[in-house]
Design a protein around this ligand. Structure first.
Ligand SMILES: O=C(CO)[C@H](O)[C@H](O)COP(=O)(O)O
Length: 238
Protein backbone atom coordinates (compact mmCIF):
# COMPACT_ATOMS: atom_id res chain seq x y z
CA UNK A 1 0.00 0.00 0.00
CA UNK A 2 1.31 3.52 -0.77
CA UNK A 3 2.09 5.82 2.18
CA UNK A 4 -0.92 8.05 1.40
CA UNK A 5 -3.19 5.00 1.35
CA UNK A 6 -1.81 3.99 4.75
CA UNK A 7 -2.67 7.42 6.13
CA UNK A 8 -6.19 7.11 4.68
CA UNK A 9 -6.52 3.71 6.36
CA UNK A 10 -5.63 5.36 9.67
CA UNK A 11 -8.24 8.07 9.18
CA UNK A 12 -10.90 5.48 8.40
CA UNK A 13 -10.02 3.35 11.43
CA UNK A 14 -10.25 6.32 13.80
CA UNK A 15 -13.45 7.68 12.26
CA UNK A 16 -15.27 4.34 12.25
CA UNK A 17 -14.31 3.68 15.88
CA UNK A 18 -15.56 7.08 17.01
CA UNK A 19 -18.91 6.69 15.26
CA UNK A 20 -19.35 3.16 16.58
CA UNK A 21 -18.53 4.09 20.18
CA UNK A 22 -20.14 7.50 20.53
CA UNK A 23 -23.20 7.68 18.29
CA UNK A 24 -26.53 6.55 19.72
CA UNK A 25 -30.11 6.74 18.53
CA UNK A 26 -31.76 10.12 19.05
CA UNK A 27 -28.58 12.17 19.17
CA UNK A 28 -27.97 15.71 18.02
CA UNK A 29 -24.51 15.35 16.49
CA UNK A 30 -21.98 17.95 15.36
CA UNK A 31 -20.24 17.06 12.10
CA UNK A 32 -16.71 18.42 11.72
CA UNK A 33 -14.74 19.30 8.60
CA UNK A 34 -11.75 17.94 6.72
CA UNK A 35 -10.81 14.66 5.09
CA UNK A 36 -11.09 12.37 8.13
CA UNK A 37 -14.66 13.41 8.83
CA UNK A 38 -15.66 12.09 5.41
CA UNK A 39 -15.05 8.56 6.76
CA UNK A 40 -17.06 9.35 9.91
CA UNK A 41 -20.04 10.52 7.84
CA UNK A 42 -19.79 7.43 5.61
CA UNK A 43 -19.97 5.21 8.69
CA UNK A 44 -22.74 7.30 10.24
CA UNK A 45 -24.82 7.04 7.06
CA UNK A 46 -24.29 3.27 7.03
CA UNK A 47 -25.45 2.96 10.65
CA UNK A 48 -28.45 5.22 10.05
CA UNK A 49 -29.45 3.06 7.06
CA UNK A 50 -28.91 -0.32 8.71
CA UNK A 51 -30.01 0.45 12.27
CA UNK A 52 -32.68 3.07 11.54
CA UNK A 53 -31.03 5.57 13.89
CA UNK A 54 -32.63 8.99 14.20
CA UNK A 55 -29.76 11.49 14.24
CA UNK A 56 -29.85 15.23 13.61
CA UNK A 57 -26.55 16.51 12.19
CA UNK A 58 -25.25 20.03 12.79
CA UNK A 59 -22.58 21.07 10.25
CA UNK A 60 -19.38 23.00 11.02
CA UNK A 61 -18.77 24.20 7.46
CA UNK A 62 -20.15 24.29 3.94
CA UNK A 63 -18.24 21.03 3.33
CA UNK A 64 -19.92 19.37 6.32
CA UNK A 65 -23.34 20.56 5.19
CA UNK A 66 -22.76 19.04 1.74
CA UNK A 67 -21.60 15.78 3.33
CA UNK A 68 -24.73 15.59 5.48
CA UNK A 69 -27.04 16.29 2.56
CA UNK A 70 -25.35 14.01 0.02
CA UNK A 71 -25.37 11.13 2.54
CA UNK A 72 -29.12 11.59 3.11
CA UNK A 73 -28.65 12.50 6.76
CA UNK A 74 -30.92 14.90 8.62
CA UNK A 75 -29.55 18.44 8.54
CA UNK A 76 -30.13 20.60 11.60
CA UNK A 77 -28.84 23.94 12.79
CA UNK A 78 -27.91 25.73 15.99
CA UNK A 79 -31.01 27.90 15.42
CA UNK A 80 -33.27 24.97 16.23
CA UNK A 81 -30.93 22.78 18.33
CA UNK A 82 -28.30 24.81 20.20
CA UNK A 83 -27.45 21.92 22.54
CA UNK A 84 -25.61 18.93 21.05
CA UNK A 85 -24.99 15.51 22.55
CA UNK A 86 -21.68 15.09 20.80
CA UNK A 87 -19.48 16.58 18.08
CA UNK A 88 -17.04 14.53 16.01
CA UNK A 89 -14.24 16.41 14.27
CA UNK A 90 -10.73 16.07 12.90
CA UNK A 91 -7.60 17.89 14.04
CA UNK A 92 -4.25 18.92 12.63
CA UNK A 93 -2.40 18.07 15.84
CA UNK A 94 -3.36 16.79 19.31
CA UNK A 95 -1.08 17.04 22.35
CA UNK A 96 -1.11 14.99 25.55
CA UNK A 97 -3.56 17.38 27.25
CA UNK A 98 -5.83 17.11 24.23
CA UNK A 99 -5.06 20.68 23.22
CA UNK A 100 -5.75 20.83 19.50
CA UNK A 101 -4.58 22.73 16.48
CA UNK A 102 -7.42 22.97 14.00
CA UNK A 103 -8.16 25.07 10.95
CA UNK A 104 -6.00 23.39 8.33
CA UNK A 105 -9.14 23.59 6.22
CA UNK A 106 -9.97 27.09 7.47
CA UNK A 107 -13.17 26.03 9.27
CA UNK A 108 -12.09 26.52 12.89
CA UNK A 109 -14.61 29.24 13.75
CA UNK A 110 -17.73 27.22 13.04
CA UNK A 111 -16.00 24.09 14.37
CA UNK A 112 -15.31 25.81 17.69
CA UNK A 113 -18.82 27.21 17.96
CA UNK A 114 -20.38 23.80 17.33
CA UNK A 115 -17.93 22.05 19.69
CA UNK A 116 -18.72 24.59 22.42
CA UNK A 117 -22.40 23.61 22.16
CA UNK A 118 -21.66 19.89 22.49
CA UNK A 119 -21.51 17.91 25.72
CA UNK A 120 -18.62 15.91 24.25
CA UNK A 121 -16.03 16.64 21.54
CA UNK A 122 -14.57 13.49 19.98
CA UNK A 123 -11.50 13.87 17.77
CA UNK A 124 -10.64 11.54 14.89
CA UNK A 125 -7.26 11.55 13.15
CA UNK A 126 -4.57 9.38 11.65
CA UNK A 127 -1.67 8.63 13.97
CA UNK A 128 0.62 11.30 12.44
CA UNK A 129 -1.48 13.92 14.29
CA UNK A 130 -0.75 12.43 17.73
CA UNK A 131 1.95 14.43 19.54
CA UNK A 132 3.24 14.89 23.05
CA UNK A 133 3.30 18.67 22.61
CA UNK A 134 2.09 21.00 19.88
CA UNK A 135 4.58 21.74 17.14
CA UNK A 136 6.06 18.26 16.91
CA UNK A 137 4.21 17.61 13.66
CA UNK A 138 2.23 20.72 12.76
CA UNK A 139 3.95 24.08 12.71
CA UNK A 140 1.22 26.72 12.38
CA UNK A 141 -1.87 28.03 14.11
CA UNK A 142 -4.61 29.20 11.71
CA UNK A 143 -6.40 32.38 12.81
CA UNK A 144 -9.57 33.65 11.11
CA UNK A 145 -9.53 37.45 10.81
CA UNK A 146 -11.72 40.27 9.50
CA UNK A 147 -10.09 41.22 6.14
CA UNK A 148 -9.46 44.86 7.17
CA UNK A 149 -7.37 43.71 10.13
CA UNK A 150 -5.13 41.06 8.58
CA UNK A 151 -1.95 43.11 8.35
CA UNK A 152 -1.99 44.58 11.89
CA UNK A 153 -2.78 41.08 13.19
CA UNK A 154 0.16 39.55 11.29
CA UNK A 155 2.41 42.12 12.95
CA UNK A 156 0.93 41.84 16.45
CA UNK A 157 1.10 38.08 16.62
CA UNK A 158 4.76 37.93 15.60
CA UNK A 159 5.73 40.91 17.78
CA UNK A 160 4.11 39.36 20.85
CA UNK A 161 5.02 35.71 20.38
CA UNK A 162 7.76 35.47 17.72
CA UNK A 163 7.73 33.18 14.70
CA UNK A 164 6.36 34.31 11.36
CA UNK A 165 2.85 34.81 10.03
CA UNK A 166 1.34 34.98 6.60
CA UNK A 167 -1.97 35.48 4.89
CA UNK A 168 -3.23 32.16 3.48
CA UNK A 169 -3.39 32.44 -0.29
CA UNK A 170 -5.73 30.57 -2.58
CA UNK A 171 -4.74 27.76 -4.88
CA UNK A 172 -6.44 27.99 -8.29
CA UNK A 173 -7.77 31.35 -7.04
CA UNK A 174 -6.03 34.71 -7.22
CA UNK A 175 -5.59 36.40 -3.85
CA UNK A 176 -6.30 35.15 -0.33
CA UNK A 177 -8.66 32.34 0.51
CA UNK A 178 -11.99 33.48 1.91
CA UNK A 179 -13.50 31.49 4.78
CA UNK A 180 -17.10 30.23 4.92
CA UNK A 181 -17.77 33.37 6.98
CA UNK A 182 -16.30 35.76 4.39
CA UNK A 183 -13.07 36.36 6.30
CA UNK A 184 -9.32 35.80 5.74
CA UNK A 185 -7.09 33.18 7.36
CA UNK A 186 -3.73 34.12 8.86
CA UNK A 187 -1.31 31.23 9.47
CA UNK A 188 1.04 31.81 12.40
CA UNK A 189 4.19 29.68 12.23
CA UNK A 190 4.89 29.65 15.95
CA UNK A 191 8.34 29.34 17.54
CA UNK A 192 9.33 26.31 19.62
CA UNK A 193 9.06 26.33 23.40
CA UNK A 194 5.50 27.61 23.93
CA UNK A 195 3.71 25.69 26.69
CA UNK A 196 0.88 27.91 27.92
CA UNK A 197 -1.45 27.61 24.92
CA UNK A 198 -4.45 28.80 26.95
CA UNK A 199 -2.86 32.21 27.50
CA UNK A 200 -1.66 32.42 23.91
CA UNK A 201 -5.17 31.64 22.70
CA UNK A 202 -6.74 34.25 24.98
CA UNK A 203 -4.25 36.95 23.97
CA UNK A 204 -4.70 36.35 20.24
CA UNK A 205 -8.49 36.33 20.65
CA UNK A 206 -8.30 39.77 22.28
CA UNK A 207 -6.64 41.34 19.20
CA UNK A 208 -9.21 43.51 17.39
CA UNK A 209 -10.25 41.84 14.15
CA UNK A 210 -9.53 38.28 15.27
CA UNK A 211 -12.62 36.15 14.78
CA UNK A 212 -11.31 32.82 16.09
CA UNK A 213 -8.10 30.87 16.52
CA UNK A 214 -7.42 27.25 15.63
CA UNK A 215 -6.30 26.56 19.22
CA UNK A 216 -8.81 24.37 21.04
CA UNK A 217 -7.88 24.34 24.72
CA UNK A 218 -9.78 22.14 27.20
CA UNK A 219 -12.47 21.32 24.66
CA UNK A 220 -11.92 17.72 23.53
CA UNK A 221 -12.69 14.79 25.84
CA UNK A 222 -11.28 11.96 23.74
CA UNK A 223 -9.20 11.45 20.60
CA UNK A 224 -9.00 8.36 18.37
CA UNK A 225 -5.91 7.81 16.22
CA UNK A 226 -5.74 5.22 13.47
CA UNK A 227 -2.37 3.72 12.55
CA UNK A 228 -1.19 2.61 9.09
CA UNK A 229 -1.50 -1.05 10.19
CA UNK A 230 -5.17 -0.72 11.15
CA UNK A 231 -4.32 -0.23 14.84
CA UNK A 232 -6.30 2.17 17.00
CA UNK A 233 -5.05 4.26 19.92
CA UNK A 234 -7.12 6.40 22.23
CA UNK A 235 -6.15 9.44 24.27
CA UNK A 236 -8.35 10.85 27.03
CA UNK A 237 -8.37 14.34 28.52
CA UNK A 238 -6.61 14.17 31.89
O1 LIG B 1 -9.76 21.74 11.44
C1 LIG B 1 -10.05 21.28 10.38
C2 LIG B 1 -10.62 22.09 9.27
O2 LIG B 1 -10.71 23.42 9.65
C3 LIG B 1 -9.84 19.83 10.13
O3 LIG B 1 -10.57 19.11 11.05
C4 LIG B 1 -8.37 19.54 10.27
O4 LIG B 1 -7.66 20.35 9.34
C5 LIG B 1 -8.07 18.07 10.01
O5 LIG B 1 -8.34 17.77 8.68
P1 LIG B 1 -8.05 16.33 8.07
O6 LIG B 1 -9.06 15.40 8.64
O7 LIG B 1 -8.19 16.54 6.59
O8 LIG B 1 -6.64 15.94 8.45
Amino acid sequence: MSSSNLVEKGKETAAFAAVDKHVEDGMILGIGSGSTIVYAVTRLAERVRKEGLKIVCIPTSFQAQQLIVTNNLTLGSLDTTPELDCAIDGADEVDDKLTLIKGGGGCQTQEKIVASCARKLVIVADSTKNSTSLGQQYKKIPVEVIPLAYNPILQRITQQFGGTAELRMGKMKAGPIVSDNGNFIVDWFFPTGIEDWKTVNERIKMMPGVVETGLFVDMAQIAYFGGPDGSLSVKLAS
